[in-house]
Design a protein around this ligand. Structure first.
Ligand SMILES: [Ca+2]
Ligand SMILES: [Ca+2]
Ligand SMILES: [Ca+2]
Ligand SMILES: [Ca+2]
Length: 199
């Protein structure tokens, strides 16, 4: 009976939290020193801060992933497994794709043009089907991707190549993708992620 009573006492919550609150609030030290330090620093920081703040937001389009032998993966509007290319805007402004193009035959024929009205918000992805089925919809390129590998180029309205990838021979349903997503180097991937973050 005595031991049960001592257990009860032992497990009764004490007032330790309330103690902490009063402890913390009773420690107003060193405020005056901190203020005078930050005053002297802020003047020299002001110039460099205003420079970086002045950078206007920019769109930055990258080729992000592709599959050249789609056997069991994503299907297009016609229900077909087709080669595909994933684009990503890693910039901080919306991209206007009017005048931009994609090509697997740079310098040999005109790039396939994106639809004039196509835009891509920051962080947004766009899936292009590389199936030569122009009647399937607006996002179907006039070329396919070779399973033996080739070079894919993204071309801006000034005919400048802004991104390109020479991909190797890929197995069926294997992807070639930037890892980490958007910024990384290209690597083989057995987990294609059309329209989603690369993994
Ligand atoms: Ca193919
Ligand atoms: Ca198709
Ligand atoms: Ca091709
Ligand atoms: Ca992806």
């Amino acid at each position: 009976m005595l031991s049960l009573l001592s257990l009860l006492v032992f497990f009764t919550p004490g007032c330790s939290q309330a103690d902490k609150v009063t402890d913390d609030s009773a420690a107003p030290e060193g405020d005056a020193d901190a203020d005078s330090d930050s005053d002297s620093d802020s003047d020299s920081d002001a110039d460099s801060d205003s420079d970086s703040d002045a950078d206007p937001p920019e769109a930055k389009l990258v080729l992000n992933e592709l599959v050249s032998g789609n056997e069991t993966g994503a299907t297009d509007e016609a229900g077909q497994n087709e080669d595909w290319i994933e684009l990503l805007n890693i910039g901080d402004a919306a991209a206007d794709l009017s005048g931009w193009g994609l090509t697997d035959a740079l310098g040999e024929k005109d790039p396939w043009p994106f639809p004039d009205t196509q835009a891509l918000n920051p962080g947004e992805r766009l899936l292009i089907w590389a199936d030569e089925d122009l009647d399937d919809g607006p996002l179907h390129a006039d070329f396919k991707l070779s399973g033996d590998g080739e070079t894919l180029s993204l071309v801006n309205p000034d005919d400048e190549v802004t991104d390109a990838v020479s991909f190797p021979a890929l197995n069926d349903d294997q992807a070639y993708a930037r890892l980490p997503d958007g910024e990384g180097a290209w690597e083989l991937s057995d987990t294609p992620s059309p329209g989603a973050e690369n993994k």
